[in-house]
Ligand binder design. Structure first.
Ligand SMILES: *[C@@H]1O[C@H](CO)[C@@H](O)[C@H](O)[C@H]1NC(C)=O
Ligand SMILES: *[C@@H]1O[C@H](CO)[C@@H](O)[C@H](O)[C@H]1NC(C)=O
Ligand SMILES: [Zn+2]
Ligand SMILES: [Zn+2]
Length: 499
């Protein structure tokens, strides 16, 4: 064996080792996330070690509720489903289900035998606060209609309360909000809202979502109607089309309440019988088109704000450690707050002195929180907005490619990853060198196209790659692309849906 050949063999061996440990880390993270999810939604008991059998049973129960093929495996489709936007309430509340028994067979009976209900027919409600960008008139109209949906198929009646002694109170909160760590909101996506069963009378909505009553973002009307269902005593339904099914749905043209929803509310308030006027009134989703218009001042300002970077591809995108999103294009940058508020365009140079326009790649390091920018053969590093000594620097002399496509912080490796063409480089921020054995082929990133324009690490655990009008989400657990689509339409957190 020649010397050179031997080195090559050792290198590939080391690579396999490092790649394997990185995959294991991803899989381990994934398992922990999956367990936390299964505990949060009632499929596993809190804080315990589980046998493989118990875990598989919990996964089967979850797959069954989510209408996935039931096999007990934490496969891609199952993990992806766990990341979809949904109601924060448990799917399962009976301890019996926690022990791997026949999954879900007596679901319906349990749901109806739950005796958490109101013992009066007329209930009052109150809206305690709401996002600044929604008009109060429109919101109150939507809340009223959401209560009416239920009132029109049951004996219950509702009215808005004047004082502060309402039976049911609706409020928007960020993160942890004094009803226990389990209920802490998780930023955009994930859990959107939750409520309490009677007779606590509260429904909470995640302020970090970009709510809308125009049918394009997170449709607040649908989520209101769902959470109000909980405040009346309804649990989740296993029927995919039921309003009370746990996963977020857009407002469709069909009936908002499904047969199963109506049955559930009538069973719960059986003794009181039918609606006061004796007949059910059900109106289809398309009758609620009044929630599809923003008030004029809102639609004007959001079009102006989002117009520029939303019309075509941006140069770079990144998330700082406070979860503010930064989007760079030309001389400008935009910030999107964790609550989805898009800033006016700002001049990059005013914040980061000496930074040129049209940067090629940018990332915030998860290990030191500093901002890294790349353009041509040079790189810039800022702590906050202070340029660090020694920068700009000729990073192409350190082994980085000239004109990189994109950069991101990759947690499993603990370093920045720079992409260029069909290769990627792992860049050590401390030593400012490319790690040994890199660059490597982009084939390690299964499904990621060559020459992407921008990429970032989303707090939801996925990596997003952008190229033209398309995006790809990369699953760090199995190192594969899991979904793709058009970012302007699909990714509400980019703030482009009203332009
Ligand atoms: C409830 O019924 C009333 C009376 O029929 C009707 O005017 C109203 O639009 C209905 N509301 C909903 C949300 O179905
Ligand atoms: C949203 O941004 C605008 C201007 O960029 C600012 O005036 C407003 O206070 C912000 N609102 C919130 C809730 O952060
Ligand atoms: Zn729910
Ligand atoms: Zn809450």
């Amino acid at each position: 064996m020649t010397h050179r050949r031997m080195i090559a063999e050792i290198c590939s061996l080391l690579l396999i080792i490092s790649l394997c440990s990185c995959m294991d880390l991803g899989a381990e993270d994934d398992l922990q996330n999956a367990k936390a999810f299964l505990v949060k939604y009632g499929y596993l008991e809190d804080e315990k070690d589980y046998s493989k059998t118990q875990l598989a049973a919990a996964v089967r129960n979850f797959q069954w509720t989510a209408h996935l093929p039931v096999n007990g495996d934490l496969n891609d489709a199952t993990v992806l489903q766990m990341h979809l936007p949904r109601c924060g309430m448990k799917d399962v509340s009976q301890t019996k289900w926690l022990h791997g028994g026949p999954f879900y067979t007596n679901h319906r009976r349990k749901r109806y035998t739950m005796k958490s209900k109101w013992y009066k027919r007329h209930l009052t409600y109150q809206i305690l606060n709401w996002p600044w960008y929604l008009s109060s008139r429109q919101l109150r109209h939507a809340v009223k209609a959401a209560f009416q949906l239920w009132g029109n198929v049951s004996s219950l009646t509702f009215s808005e309360a004047a004082g502060d002694s309402a039976d049911i109170r609706l409020a928007f909160f960020d993160g942890e909000h004094n009803d226990g760590a389990r209920h802490a909101f998780d930023g955009p996506g994930g859990a959107l809202a939750h409520a309490f069963f009677p007779r606590r009378g509260e429904a909470h909505f995640d302020n970090a979502e970009h709510w809308s009553l125009n049918g394009k973002g997170r449709n607040l009307f649908v989520v209101l109607a769902h959470e109000i269902g909980h405040t009346l005593g309804l649990q989740h339904s296993s029927f995919k089309n039921a309003l009370m099914s746990p996963y977020y749905k857009k407002l469709g043209k069909e009936y908002v309440l499904n047969f199963d929803d109506i049955l559930a509310i009538q069973m719960l308030y059986a003794t009181e019988g039918a609606p006061s006027n004796g007949k059910l009134v059900q109106r289809p989703g398309k009758d609620f088109s009044m929630f599809e218009d923003w008030s004029t001042e809102n639609s004007e300002s959001s079009t102006k704000k989002t117009s520029s970077y939303c019309q075509s591809m941006f140069d770079a995108i990144m998330w700082d450690l406070k979860q503010t999103l930064y989007i760079f294009k030309g001389r400008n940058y935009w910030m999107i707050s964790p609550s989805g508020n898009v800033s006016e365009p700002q001049l990059s140079q005013e914040r980061w002195k000496k930074l040129p326009a049209f940067i090629e790649a940018a990332a915030v390091s998860g290990s030191d929180g500093k901002f890294y920018f790349f353009k041509g053969g040079r790189c810039w590093r800022y702590k906050g907005s202070r340029l660090e000594v020694g920068f700009p620097r000729k990073c192409s002399d350190d082994g980085l490619p000239r004109h990189p496509d994109t950069a991101l912080y990759f947690k499993p490796l603990g370093h920045l990853v720079i992409f260029k063409g069909d290769k990627y480089y792992v860049f050590n921020e401390k030593s400012l060198t490319v790690e040994p054995y890199y660059p490597r082929s982009l084939q390690d990133w299964k499904g990621v196209p060559h020459n992407t324009n921008a990429a970032l690490n989303h707090p939801n655990g996925f990596i997003y790659f952008f190229k033209g009008e398309n995006y790809w989400t990369f699953n760090q657990a199995n190192l594969k692309v899991s979904t793709s689509g058009k970012w302007m339409q699909d990714l509400s957190w980019l703030g482009c849906q009203n332009s």
